[in-house]
Structure formats: structure tokens, C-alpha cells
Design a protein around this ligand. Structure first.
Ligand SMILES: Nc1nc2c(ncn2[C@@H]2O[C@H](COP(=O)(O)OP(=O)(O)OP(=O)(O)O)[C@@H](O)[C@H]2O)c(=O)[nH]1
Ligand SMILES: [Mg+2]
Ligand SMILES: [Zn+2]
Length: 325
């Protein structure tokens, strides 16, 4: 009777499971399946987000700032609304609002399987509706050429991965860690799990983090970062100009030009050149974003030096959506 019932992807283990009446948990892993995740499933397909980057590169703060922006976008996307789908997700969002807005940075993410957080994003301008499924992870797991997949569960199946790279001299690059090495670990892990790069190309959004701290950034890139119009707009108490389809298309066009320029800028040293060449040789499509999740530097006490003002943190997510088109 259930043979032809439509299937959904479990947000925890990514198994394909058939929809039955009163489906509340996954038959494969036992994880909670939220009712709003299943309801109208085809209208808001899941969008799995995997972050990949050395310890302390800014993965957790990026995911937090991205969440904060996605909450606030209801101020400027005309039809948009969001909802947390599990108690854990709601707690997480409350925490983000409390701590990030006060400028308090999170501690290092512990090893182990982190809880998943699930947000329904309805009627985004340009891309429609998606269910964002994200799971943080500890940067130490990427120190190996054999990344433990149970701690980075979306690496194999998510169509796009966010690869985060810190500025020169950043703690994340301590001990001789470089961007080409990170990509090498990504490629090796996927090869180990039977991924055939020639048959199925992969997509990476290379996210250059802590933009506020990057020295010698070309002036036009610095200006792009600092002139992010979205943070101010989403915080306007009065209604501001809405980002309609036309405005989004202009935004994406600009983002595309910046991505090309960032790609050229990354190639300024040997590590960047190697990165681009090994990506090309493995059929990996690259897009580049430059972000500052905080907007300013952080003191040694883990507190922001000035008011939180994330810059361009939606760009990587916009790229991931754009590449799914
Ligand atoms: N200046 C500046 N500092 C940042 C920014 N984002 C993160 N940081 C700093 O980098 C530190 C590490 O950020 P996290 O997001 O915790 O790093 P992570 O990649 O999650 O690290 P692990 O959990 O250890 O893997 C933060 O405590 C901040 O001090 C940024 O946009 N600008
Ligand atoms: Mg972390
Ligand atoms: Zn499952």
C-alpha cells in the first residue's frame, strides 16, 4: 500500500524514506522527522549545508551569522518567512540571537556528531523555498586525508560544500596548514568513498573568512566587502526598499564579477595556484566569496571590538542556491 508513497530524504542520515501517515522518526537512524519538514515536502526541498575548513577558520561564526541574516531577511524579501523546525533548532536560533548580537564568540566546536538544525525558508526571492539543513563540525576532523564522514555527514551527498579559508597569518593556518592541503584532504576523502570526479563534478564555494582582517586586499574587493547593503537594510525599523527579483538579479551579477576577481586574487601565491589547478584537474567548479561574519576584529577575551555587522555572509549561500539552478 505504501509502495508508491513519495520519498523524502532523512535530514539526519540522508536515507531515502517513504512518507507514511504519522511519520515522526526515521526508520533507518531513528532521528526525529519534523512534521513541517514532511508537509508539502516537494515545495521546499531540503538544502544540505556542509562546511569544510581548518580549526578556528570561522565555521561556527559563519553559520551563526548566516542564520541571523536569514532570520532578518523577512524585512527585505517581500514574500519571505522562516521557521525553526525542531526544538534544538529553535534553541540554537535563540542562542545565536543572544550571544552573537552581544558580540560573544562561540568556543571551539567539540569533536563528535553535532545536532542538526533545520530551518524552513519560504518564498525567498529568486530561489523560492528550501529547507536549510545544517550541522556544524570540529575543524580538527579536516586535519586528516581521511575525514571521518560520520562527523561531516553531508560531505558526500550535499551538491555544494562551503570551503572556508582564513587570511594569511590566521590561527587557522598555523602549523603550515595551507589551502591546497585542505583541498587535497577533501579530494582524497571523496576518492576514498568511491566518488568519480570525472563522472560527477563537484561544486565548492570557497569562502574567504575574516575579510576585515585580510591585509593588502585589492581596493575594489575591500569596497565590495564594506559596502554590503544588506545588514543595514535588514535592521531598518521602518520598511525599506524590498529586494525584488530585479534587485536580486543585479546582486547576483555583481557577486559573479567579484567571484572571478577573487579567483584571480587567490592565484597570487603558489598555494593558491596549486589550489586552482588541482580543483580544475578534478572537475571541481569553484565560486569565491569574501565575508566578514563579525564585521570587525575580536578581542582576546572573545568579545567583539565593535557592534556586530556581518558583511556579505549571505553570498556563499546565494552561490550554493545559484549553482543548484
Ligand atoms: N576578525 C574576525 N574574526 C573572526 C571572524 N569570524 C570568526 N572570527 C574569529 O575566529 C574565531 C574562531 O571562529 P569559529 O567560528 O569558532 O571557528 P571554527 O572554524 O568553528 O573553529 P572550530 O570549531 O575549532 O573548528 C572566533 O572566536 C573569532 O575570534 C570574522 O569575521 N572576523
Ligand atoms: Mg566551530
Ligand atoms: Zn535517518
Amino acid at each position: 500500500m505504501f509502495l508508491f508513497a513519495p520519498k523524502i530524504t532523512c535530514p539526519h542520515c540522508l536515507a531515502e524514506i517513504r512518507i507514511r501517515k504519522s511519520l515522526t522518526s526515521c526508520r533507518v537512524c531513528g532521528g526525529e522527522i519534523p512534521p513541517q519538514y514532511v508537509y508539502d515536502y516537494a515545495q521546499h526541498p531540503p538544502f544540505f549545508t556542509q562546511v569544510f575548513g581548518w580549526s578556528q577558520v570561522g565555521k561556527t561564526v559563519f553559520l551563526q551569522a548566516l542564520t541571523l541574516m536569514l532570520i532578518k531577511m523577512s524585512n527585505i524579501w517581500p514574500q519571505y518567512s522562516w521557521a525553526a523546525l525542531t526544538d534544538f533548532s529553535q534553541c540554537r536560533i535563540r542562542e545565536i540571537r543572544q550571544y552573537l548580537a552581544q558580540g560573544q564568540m562561540p568556543g571551539p566546536t567539540p569533536r563528535g556528531v553535532q545536532d542538526v538544525y533545520i530551518m524552513l525558508l519560504k518564498n525567498m526571492e529568486r530561489w523560492g523555498s528550501r529547507t536549510l539543513v545544517a550541522r556544524d563540525c570540529a575543524g580538527e576532523i579536516f586535519d586528516s586525508m581521511h575525514v571521518p564522514l560520520e562527523e561531516a555527514p553531508y560531505l558526500l551527498k550535499a551538491p555544494t560544500t562551503f570551503m572556508l579559508i582564513g587570511p594569511e597569518g590566521d590561527p587557522s593556518n598555523a602549523g603550515g596548514r595551507s589551502m591546497d592541503m585542505l583541498l587535497n584532504n577533501y579530494i582524497n576523502t571523496l576518492l576514498n568513498h568511491g566518488v568519480d570526479f570525472n563522472r560527477a563534478g563537484r561544486r565548492l564555494v570557497v569562502v574567504l573568512t575574516k575579510g576585515d582582517r585580510i591585509m593588502h586586499l585589492p581596493a575594489n574587493l575591500r569596497q565590495y566587502l564594506e559596502d554590503d547593503p544588506l545588514w543595514n537594510a535588514v535592521n531598518m525599523p521602518e520598511s525599506v526598499q524590498q529586494m525584488d527579483a530585479h534587485a536580486m538579479s543585479q546582486y547576483v551579477n555583481k557577486m559573479r564579477r567579484i567571484s572571478d576577481q577573487l579567483g584571480a586574487w587567490v592565484a597570487r601565491d603558489d598555494s593558491g595556484k596549486t589550489f586552482l589547478r588541482i580543483a580544475y584537474a578534478h572537475n571541481i567548479t569553484l565560486r569565491f566569496s569574501l565575508i566578514s561574519a563579525t564585521g570587525d576584529d575580536v578581542g582576546s577575551d572573545g568579545l567583539l571590538l565593535s557592534r556586530l555587522a556581518p558583511r556579505r555572509v549571505l553570498d556563499p549561500y546565494f552561490w550554493a542556491l545559484e549553482m543548484q539552478h
